[in-house]
Design a protein around this ligand. Structure first.
Ligand SMILES: Nc1nc2c(c(=O)[nH]1)N[C@H]1C(S)=C(S)[C@@H](COP(=O)(O)OP(=O)(O)OC[C@H]3O[C@@H](n4cnc5c(=O)[nH]c(N)nc54)[C@H](O)[C@@H]3O)O[C@H]1N2
Ligand SMILES: Nc1nc2c(c(=O)[nH]1)N[C@H]1C(S)=C(S)[C@@H](COP(=O)(O)OP(=O)(O)OC[C@H]3O[C@@H](n4cnc5c(=O)[nH]c(N)nc54)[C@H](O)[C@@H]3O)O[C@H]1N2
Ligand code: SF4
Ligand SMILES: [Mo]
Length: 910
């Protein structure tokens, strides 16, 4: 080939291009004739070019979502070449259910988009391993599956033989939210009688205020229902970072005319796009909410018809003792759970329909017109409607009074109260962060009050608590062994607090007098109430155990008082600590045995957790890495070995209360006599037997997802094929009772502890924070955009999008006073611990608070000291009430949260 100089080359190419385009029609291109490859003889090797061409070829496409604890649940196409996942792409094939509502496509986030890289990173676990050094020393020996599971099975049997049943914790954490991955360890726990803690409360995600009010805290809209709201309030939530695939519905609603308001202490990535950001002092929300209620009542903006029908505010309360008037007060064999209202038409007390004890299964009032105000007499007992008590309390919290606590100007409070009351459809989106403050229950309860007063429920809006409990009876049946035997289900926050002896840090950190002033109780009183809840009110805590099999739970990262907690738990489970995990997380590091699990693209599964009606199918596009196995297969193999070894050792059934633990047939039970040997078998069984899914697994696998049919609708709402879903439609439209004691939305609780702590009606209470200890700064730790907790936290692509090491957000004002520059290395500390991080300026943060996104692995910090080292915590004793109507232990519904944002710290340049 003749060598041209650069100028000549440019001239010829430009000319030939001009020649082609000058013809200005397609003929010119069609006229181009194929010529023999001019480079052929000069460049026989074209591999590097082929590399680029081949990048876009693949052997196979499969489907998957990601099974961890994000709320996205997005369908991905997974492209496989030579047995390796080369990339993933959003599927974007969900049907639009209604032409007037935006669809759910495409769904995804940046973490999901790099999983094909992350799944092959160095932290993946390839083989079963046994520790050969001290715990945590990092010395491992590779075992075969046979060796590992035989050794573990023998230890499990030893624990049964030496200590009896109930001494094994078999806990699956929040990392396994897809159906089969979730069902496998629960089924194992059901058969073994293992301790399984409530995963909502042991991380602090339960909206207890919503449960108190509605009797059901799992009551989100489908996210498309946000679209036609005209008022959206974001409270303790940051959807642009933590609900990435659904957040667009909020901003589309804004485009559609909605007013979007974000309440947060910092100008977070969602506040940025709102019509109004209300800067809230950390933990001050109940005061703000009560002041909204005050304005609504003062200005008579409330909707009496909705209040009378849907709430318990009509129920009569005794003047003498502050208790609800019960049938048992009036008749010797009267019921405790039948209540009365005052009918203004007939001027008499009438039993309110729809309560737990009522024969009427409807809350419709018919001809009744109950009073909201007035003093009445029933059989010589003076009574008045709860509405008056609620109002008296709310009227204390004028916007002028609460401004001192919240920092929010009264004009803003009045303005937003009026917007809320005027809205046709108002949606209040509550983040899970609400559960991580000790006054979160107060925040949530007051929010439900605001919505009820202004008539927002069902089609006219309401509370969105970020979770939908679809009706999936077969999933529960599979997970809980047909309800024939159950795990030892434990109150989550309570279990962690007791087992990890976190109360030791509580005692150390808080000033008892100041704590009582702030939250209404001191540590001694708290410990007494905890004891009372366990001993007398049925809050389950099973005490210390001897061994632990942990699945998909980064326990030593997420828990409070982190390193001290870890030491205590390791001491407790001295005999056995097994971790089943996809990667070497900060918990697997400390295990005796590690069993390698298949990742998202390596196992069959289904997933429905999310804000939409699509059940994604995982089709196992590739084989598991190394010798990893799907979680179901791992549990089945473990069951097999326990059964074999039990038979060999002559161990049969062991009596455990009213059931037997049949160790000699546990594999047969686990697999339904061999029918469900693999994760794929279990996924197929679910599809074949679930009424809410139409078609076969194969059909779902061809599409990548199922669309839930009407049978999948949750308890509180029908699932219409062509309409977004609204929580409590059945109550608001169909007048079905709420699953509460009174059958109505609850705003009066006459349980002793509620009465004693001044919380029988919604009110405002502080969280502990900086004023309850010696340390001057509030410290709160929300979730990061760059990981789902610890998942993908150390991935190189995610690290490149941020500072790449644990970083702490600080107000420049505070930084200046401490001599800290942007990028400085800082030490954050209090009496119970310390950690080091890089300071990052964040001007919108209050100068008396620090913020740090949680989720960094302890091993990413200097000296392996994580942020949770400085989080001392308490429990909210009201959330531990276990003997009042719907306030009794219920998995994922009612028990006490672990609280992340209660302690305080100081900071210095390090
Ligand atoms: N990218 C990503 N997404 C996730 C997760 C993740 O780790 N990463 N985790 C998932 C899980 S399990 C959860 S629990 C959720 C958590 O996600 P969210 O429910 O959004 O909760 P957080 O991120 O903890 O906090 C949300 C916001 O609360 C604000 N905030 C802090 N204190 C207060 C306060 O006192 N009052 C008010 N009004 N606001 C306050 C902060 O500005 C913060 O931005 O996200 C889920 N989605
Ligand atoms: N300070 C502070 N602490 C907090 C919070 C906070 O806001 N502040 N938030 C709390 C909240 S809301 C949450 S939800 C928790 C989250 O707490 P973590 O338990 O830390 O959550 P993940 O990082 O999701 O851990 C799940 C583990 O499951 C593993 N895993 C993933 N897929 C699979 C699989 O298919 N099979 C198996 N066997 N394992 C798998 C992953 O390796 C991962 O380590 O943290 C809580 N801790
Ligand atoms: S991690 Fe969750 S939100 Fe992100 S793409 Fe996967 S399923 Fe969707
Ligand atoms: Mo969470």
């Amino acid at each position: 080939m003749k060598m041209l100089n650069r100028r000549e080359f440019l001239r010829t190419t430009t000319l030939s291009c001009v020649g082609v385009f000058a013809a200005n029609n397609a003929w010119a291109l069609n006229a181009l004739q194929p010529v023999a490859d001019p480079l052929g003889s000069e460049y026989p090797y074209r591999d590097w070019e082929d590399l680029y061409r081949d990048e876009w070829t693949w052997d196979r496409i499969g489907y998957a979502a990601h099974c961890i604890n994000c709320l996205g649940n997005c369908a991905w196409q997974v492209f496989v070449k030579d047995g390796i996942v080369m990339r993933e792409e959003q599927l974007a094939q969900y049907p639009q259910i209604n032409p007037r509502v935006p669809d759910a496509d495409p769904r995804g986030c940046q973490k999901g988009a790099i999983h094909s890289a992350a799944m092959y990173e160095g932290d993946r676990i390839h083989y079963p391993m046994k520790r050969v050094g001290e715990r945590g020393e990092g010395k491992w020996q590779r075992l075969t599956w046979d060796q590992a599971t035989t050794e573990i099975a023998d230890k499990v049997l030893d624990i049964f033989e030496q200590h009896g049943p109930g001494q094994l914790m078999t806990h699956t954490g929040s990392g396994n939210l897809s159906h089969v991955r979730l069902a496998a360890p629960y089924r194992m726990a059901s058969l073994l009688g293992g301790v399984q803690a409530d995963i909502f409360t042991d991380v602090g995600d339960l909206n207890t205020g919503a449960h108190l009010a509605y009797g059901d805290p799992m009551q989100s809209f489908t996210s498309d229902a946000w679209f036609d709201a005209d008022y959206i309030l974001l409270s303790l939530i940051n959807p642009n970072a933590t609900r990435i695939p659904d957040a667009h519905f909020i901003w589309e609603a804004r485009w559609n005319g909605a007013r979007v308001v974000s309440i947060a202490p910092d100008f977070n990535p969602s506040s940025v796009h709102a019509d109004l950001w209300i800067p809230m002092r950390p933990g001050a929300d109940p005061f703000f909410n009560m002041s909204l209620a005050q304005v609504i009542l003062e200005e008579k903006l409330y909707k009496p018809a909705f209040v009378k029908e849907q709430t318990d505010l009509t129920l009569l309360v005794r003047e003498d003792n502050g208790r609800l008037l019960r049938q048992s007060d009036l008749e010797s064999d009267g019921k405790e759970d039948v209540f009365f209202l005052w009918d203004t038409k007939t001027n008499q007390a009438v039993a309110a329909p729809g309560s737990m004890g009522s024969e009427k299964r409807s809350i419709a009032l018919g001809d009744l017109d109950p009073a909201l105000e007035g003093l009445f007499e029933v059989a010589g007992i003076q009574v008045r409607p709860g509405f008056e008590h609620m109002r008296n309390e709310a009227m204390r919290w004028t916007p002028e009074v609460t401004q001192e606590v919240t920092g929010v100007h009264p004009d803003i409070v009045r303005q937003e109260a009026r917007y809320l009351a005027a809205a046709k459809k108002a949606v209040l989106l509550n983040g899970f962060n609400i559960g991580r403050y000790s006054n979160g229950m107060y925040t949530g309860w007051a929010q439900t009050l605001l919505l009820a007063l202004t008539g927002h429920g069902g089609p006219s809006g309401g509370l969105d608590t970020s979770w939908i409990e679809w009706s999936q009876p077969k999933l529960l049946e599979l997970a809980l062994f047909g309800f024939k035997k159950l795990p030892r289900l434990e109150a989550g926050g309570l279990g962690e607090f007791m087992r990890g002896e976190m109360y030791r840090e509580t005692i150390e950190h808080y000033d008892p007098v100041k704590l009582k002033e702030r939250v209404g109780f001191n540590v001694d009183e708290l410990l007494e109430m905890i004891k009372e809840s366990i001993d007398e009110q049925g809050m389950p805590y099973y005490g210390k155990v001897k061994g632990m099999i942990l699945i998909a739970d980064n326990k030593f990262r997420r828990n409070k008082g982190a390193n001290r907690y870890r030491e205590r738990v390791l001491e407790e489970v001295e005999e056995l600590f097994v971790d089943v995990n996809v990667r070497m997380d900060s918990t697997a590091e400390w295990a005796d045995y590690i069993l390698p699990a298949a990742s998202h693209y390596e196992a069959w599964d289904l997933r429905s957790v999310g804000f939409h009606r699509f059940v994604n199918v995982f089709t196992a596009p590739v084989e598991p890495i190394g010798e990893a196995k799907p979680d179901w297969d791992i549990m089945a193999l473990l069951a097999r070995k326990i059964q074999d070894r039990a038979i060999a050792r002559g161990i049969g059934s062991i009596q455990d209360g009213t059931v037997t633990r049949d160790l000699d047939r546990i594999y047969d039970d686990f697999t339904m006599d061999g029918a469900l040997k693999t994760q794929e078998d279990a996924a197929r069984w679910l599809v074949d037997n679930s009424p809410e899914l139409d078609g076969t697994l194969e059909e779902g696998a061809k599409r990548g997802f199922f669309v839930l049919n009407a049978k999948g609708g949750p308890a509180h709402s029908p699932l219409h094929a062509d309409k977004p879903m609204h929580p409590f439609e059945r109550q608001v439209v169909d007048k079905e009772p709420y699953p509460t004691l009174s059958g109505r939305i609850t705003f009066y609780c006459d349980h002793d502890r509620f009465m004693r702590l001044g919380a029988r009606v919604p009110t405002a209470r502080h969280h502990a924070g900086k004023d309850a200890s010696r340390y001057p700064l509030n410290f709160y730790t929300p979730h990061t955009r760059w990981g789902i907790h610890s998942n993908w936290r150390s991935n190189k692509f995610m690290m490149r999008l941020q500072r790449g090491e644990p970083n702490l957000y600080i107000s420049p004002l505070l930084a200046e006073s401490k001599g800290i520059a942007d990028g400085s290395r800082v030490r954050v500390f209090n009496g119970i611990g310390e950690f080091f991080a890089q300071a990052k300026f964040y001007p919108s943060l209050p100068a008396d608070s620090l913020m740090m996104e949680h989720g960094w692995e302890p091993h990413q910090y200097e000296q392996r000291k994580p942020l949770n080292n400085v989080t001392a915590t308490i429990l909210q004793p009201l959330e531990l009430v276990g003997n009042w109507g719907h306030l009794k232990f219920s998995l994922w519904k009612w028990n006490a949260n672990q609280l992340a944002h209660e302690s305080s710290v100081d900071i210095e340049r390090a």
